[in-house]
Design a protein around this ligand. Structure first.
Ligand code: NAI
Ligand code: 13P
Length: 332
């Protein structure tokens, strides 16, 4: 059944998800922040700022006006994690009562340590919530290349409704009831992807990168356990799946940022020339603090946070990791 899908956030991923909804036959309202993005989408059917080179379906209409979202039956939330709270606070009074909301951003709020589902439930308590997360580079999804995602909600009816609305042969949601688990993989892998990029930039070799990915996975599992998430969720699309994608390809903004750091560039220089968000930069610091406070062993996350935010040199951070005591592989 054709519905109206509202997409909050006109970056690369919001725009790609808008194409998914449009291909499924829905009317799509894309709420964007920048008037020039709205203008480019409505007049030329292209998001030339954040997703250049992809021609968008005519059924996507972009607007900067929060009131337009009032027509949406389902809302996809795709603002960057650090801006989610502010954006939802502005939009909340305009949304259709009880419309399901789907968290599609990947990150932890720096100021509170909250996951995006927690931020969203706080601001939109009467909207049933789902999380969509998995290995999905926006450009590939926008071009209609096949992808699969985890779609998690406490409510089977919400999973069924969103699967029916967005599911198609080339965009395959796999249902889960582990909402927190679905988010953790996507948020933490961005930090590990920076580490994998550093390994690449420093030319430490493929073996070292595989080691960082696997030990990074161990850190994800420990953090997930501390938040009551299920281990199996971490081995699914939103965990292992996204680690394989993001840590293995410079198409990832986080991986490529790490690579540039490994090649000796400064964080300020790298960020200064980008329009797009690398969520791992912000999640690294808050996650490192949470891990320290709760006694969760996350040495790779700590190393990335120290390089990004505490002025530690890449070489010293690598040296510290290599000097850690030997231990059993499966220890907690
Ligand atoms: N690009 C991708 O391939 C994927 C991205 N994601 C996640 O989607 C979320 C959004 O990322 P992208 O769409 O890639 O963004 P992007 O990097 O393409 O664009 C930046 C976005 O940030 C917004 N923005 C900048 N300053 C802002 C402010 N002060 N307040 C509110 N919004 C502001 C811009 O309007 C734009 O929508 C992130 O959490 C990302 O991790 C998830 C899966 C895939
Ligand atoms: O989350 C993503 C792919 O699943 C996108 O990763 P980057 O933000 O690192 O580009």
């Amino acid at each position: 059944m054709a519905q109206t899908i509202g997409v909050v956030g006109g970056g690369a991923w919001g725009t790609a998800l808008a194409t998914v909804a449009a291909r499924a036959g829905h009317e799509v309202i894309l709420w964007v922040r920048e008037p020039e993005v709205a203008e480019a989408i409505n007049s030329r059917h292209e998001n030339s700022l954040f997703l250049p080179g992809v021609i968008l379906p005519d059924s996507i209409r972009a607007s900067t006006d929060p009131q337009t979202l009032g027509a949406a039956d389902i809302l996809l939330l795709v603002a960057p994690a650090q801006h989610m709270r502010g954006v939802l606070t502005i939009l909340a009074p305009h949304l259709k009562s009880g419309a399901p909301v789907v968290v599609c951003a990947k990150g932890i709020e720096e100021s509170t340590g909250a996951l995006m589902s927690e931020v969203t439930s706080e601001i939109l308590p009467s909207h049933p919530l789902a999380v969509l997360s998995g290995p999905t580079f926006a450009a590939e999804v926008a071009r209609g290349q096949p992808a699969a995602v985890t779609l998690a909600s406490k409510y089977q009816t919400v999973i069924a409704r969103i699967t029916e609305a967005l599911g198609q042969p080339t965009f395959r949601p796999y249902g889960s009831t582990d909402v927190v688990g679905a988010e953790i993989g996507g948020a933490v892998k961005n930090v590990i992807a920076i580490a994998a990029g550093i390994v690449d930039g420093c030319e430490l070799g493929e073996n070292a990168r595989a080691a960082v990915i696997t030990r990074g996975m161990a850190e994800i599992l420990r953090f997930a356990q501390s938040r009551g998430a299920e281990r199996e969720t971490m081995l699914g699309l939103c965990g292992l799946g996204d680690m394989i994608l993001t840590c293995g390809s410079p198409q990832s903004r986080n991986m490529s940022l790490g690579r540039d750091l490994g090649r000796g560039r400064s964080l300020a220089d790298i960020l200064g020339e980008r329009k797009s968000v690398a969520e791992g930069v912000y999640t690294a610091r808050v996650l490192a603090n949470i891990a320290r406070e709760r006694g969760i062993d996350m040495p790779i996350v700590q190393a990335v946070a120290a390089i990004l935010h505490e002025g530690q040199s890449v070489q010293d951070a690598i040296e510290d990791l290599l000097q850690r005591p030997f231990r059993p592989e499966l220890q907690g």
